[in-house]
Design a protein around this ligand. Structure first.
Ligand SMILES: Cc1cc2nc3c(=O)[nH]c(=O)nc-3n(C[C@H](O)[C@H](O)[C@H](O)COP(=O)(O)OP(=O)(O)OC[C@H]3O[C@@H](n4cnc5c(N)ncnc54)[C@H](O)[C@@H]3O)c2cc1C
Length: 583
């Protein structure tokens, strides 16, 4: 079937829904999501959204700007960061007016809490900047925006899977989807398409990311010849519940929780004496794993303790109820009286589909946009997070750039004419699916996926070396060969998750390769990308600004062929590049 819409948005997380609410004011909007919309990963966000409101203590957007640039190890786009932090207070009050039930201060203002890397007076001391609704901020914001989309009659294609992007003479004219319930393949035709498909954390074995966070849209864009940028920067959150990887939000440390090693020592004092447990995430993740490597993990094992007992029962119940319930449910640990075992867990992709500040996808480093194609949210890279994202800056990114994308699309589409397409994107997709279903082979996708996830953990996580990265690339290429022999045993039409996961795996192998290739190329340590060869004698990251002060974007040229590197030089108009230290 063919369905016509003015705008099609793929992804019902906060980025997609915020864009939909903006655009539906004047044009017809459809949202596609492979999961039920409110099951999108944004709903799992716990900690909050940053904005320099200054409700609890003095704050300024200039400090927020500085912290974001420094947190990203000076790789972020400073103009885009300025747009984001200046727009933050408006974005928060807008949510408040839509009905988001934020936590409150005693005098009724929106409550704010500390989060890693957010400081006052350019790094002097931590500042309370994260607006929150207890520890289920993402849930209430997602539900509120979903209500708004229903109120404005946004059309939802729930449990529809994006199979391909459709281009006609270089313009994106829609998407082909697979209806998970019926097995039907449809062409959703549009004057503009927004990708808001979230992150790709599921390529790692230990991750805080949800089931649907698989990243295939990035690979579709990549295979369409659009380079992906900043892919080497994958954030590991310091406190995943050990050994499951489920997130224990930084809000736990923001509220006063402390990390302890096996001697009961609050070891972050050694690594970041000024802001201690609230240093940037890459710094805390490396500190935890250094403690573990040097034999100071709990019982000599691969984790440390997060101690919340010092907060008291009342505060835990009021502010950290959901977070501590995970420890209770999955490990039988009561955070009121016992420390929680934690270790780093894959959390966020700083890189992705390159866009400008209005969500337009950028085709190359001349800045040319791909007509009709937009991206926002974690799948996109406006480049506001640089080499490492600060806590609570993602939800802000989704709201600010989701809205701006919605606005840009609704302004663009009235002038776009719908041309006659002389090819059938549905038949092409159907025959690709049929070929995949008919394949005979001995390989099984779920086993290959496990090997891929383990490979990424061992070869492309917190610590990297030339050798581990090269081995990782070889293993991924070998998995790619084996993937050509994967058979889909389930031949059913309805909710054939095996088929969907096999398609996903093909795309994920692309992402693994580009992440590892990019990480191998960057011979320095910057933000979340830590190459062991490039560190100071006391274990601090050693940047090489002379050779690597650029954003690397990689272009796909065909399976098994070398990727082409595009370099985008950095500008330092707001904050000059300095050494990044939390000491
Ligand atoms: C546990 C956890 C806690 C977090 N806490 C915070 C926090 O407190 N503050 C903060 O700023 N950030 C936080 N983050 C990060 C932040 O939540 C995410 O970066 C953000 O929610 C991503 O939103 P999104 O709109 O880009 O995509 P998502 O919310 O991930 O939604 C992706 C959407 O795309 C759809 N989709 C994907 N692929 C396809 C496909 N092939 N076909 C059809 N649909 C598809 C999915 O169905 C879904 O609707 C947290 C992340 C996690 C995992």
């Amino acid at each position: 079937m063919i369905f016509n819409h003015e705008i099609v948005i793929v992804g019902a997380g906060l980025a997609g829904l915020r864009a939909a609410v903006e655009a539906v004011e004047t044009v017809d909007v459809a949202v596609v999501s492979k999961v039920l919309p409110t099951r999108s990963h944004s709903g799992a966000a716990q900690g909050g959204i940053t904005a320099a409101l200054g409700n609890e203590e003095e704050d300024q957007w200039e400090w927020h700007l500085f912290d974001t640039i420094k947190g990203g190890d000076y790789l972020g786009d400073q103009d885009a960061i300025e747009i984001m932090v200046r727009d933050a207070p408006r974005a928060i009050y807008e949510l408040e007016h839509m009905g988001v039930p934020f936590s409150r201060t005693r005098d009724g203002r929106i409550a704010q809490r500390n989060f890693g890397g957010h400081t006052r007076e350019y790094g002097k001391a931590p500042v309370k900047r994260a607006c929150h609704a207890a520890d289920h901020t993402g849930r209430v914001v997602l539900d509120t925006l979903y209500d708004q989309t229903l109120r404005h009659y946004v059309k939802f294609y729930a449990e529809h899977y994006l199979l391909s992007l459709v281009f006609d003479e270089g313009r994106c004219i829609g998407v082909v989807t697979y209806n998970l319930a019926s097995g039907n393949v449809d062409f959703l035709r549009a004057k503009a398409v927004l990708l808001a498909t979230g992150g790709c954390g599921k390529i790692y074995k230990t991750t805080s990311n949800g089931f649907a966070t698989t990243g295939e849209a990035l690979s579709l864009v990549y295979r369409a010849g659009i380079p992906l940028e900043d892919m080497e920067f994958i954030q590991f959150h310091p406190t995943g519940l050990f050994p499951l990887g489920i997130l224990v939000s930084e809000a736990a440390r923001g509220e006063g929780g402390i990390l302890l090693n096996n001697a009961g020592e609050p070891f972050m004092e050694r690594y970041a004496p000024k802001i201690k447990d609230l240093a940037a995430r890459d710094v805390v993740s490396r500190a935890i794993l250094t403690e573990v490597r040097e034999g100071r993990g709990i019982g000599g094992k691969g984790y440390v303790h997060l101690d919340l007992t010092r907060l008291g029962e009342q505060k835990i119940i009021e502010k950290l109820w959901e977070i501590t319930s995970f420890a209770r449910i999955y490990l039988g640990i009561d955070a009121v009286s016992q420390p929680i075992p934690v270790a780093p867990t894959c959390h966020y992709a700083m890189g992705g589909i390159p866009t400008d500040g209005d969500g337009r996808v950028i085709a190359d480093n001349t800045g040319k946009a791909v007509p009709g194609l937009y991206a926002a949210g974690e799948c996109a890279c406006v480049s506001v997070h640089g080499a490492n994202r600060l806590g609570c800056n993602s939800l802000l990114d989704l709201l600010v750039f989701g809205r701006r994308s919605g606005k840009a699309m609704k302004e663009e589409v009235p002038a776009v004419e719908v041309s006659v397409v002389n090819f059938d994107p549905v038949e092409a997709a159907k025959s690709r699916l049929a070929a995949l279903m008919a394949k005979e082979g001995k390989e099984q996708s779920h086993l290959l996926r496990q090997e891929m996830q383990a490979t990424m953990m061992n070869h492309g996580s917190v610590f990297r070396t030339e050798e581990t990265l090269k081995q990782g690339i070889d293993t991924i290429l070998a998995l790619r060969k084996r993937f050509s022999r994967v058979a889909v045993a389930n031949q059913g039409r309805s909710f054939n998750y095996q088929l969907m996961e096999t398609i996903e795996l093909g795309h994920q192998l692309d992402l693994c390769e580009v992440i590892l290739v990019s990480a191998l190329h960057r011979r320095e340590s910057r933000g979340a990308h830590f190459r062991e060869e490039y560190q100071t004698p006391d274990g601090e990251a050693k940047r090489n600004d002379d050779e690597y002060a650029y954003v690397a974007a990689w272009e796909y040229t065909g399976e098994g062929k070398p990727h082409i590197l595009h370099k985008e030089q950095l500008k330092f108009e707001e904050v000059e590049m300095k050494e990044r230290s939390y000491k």
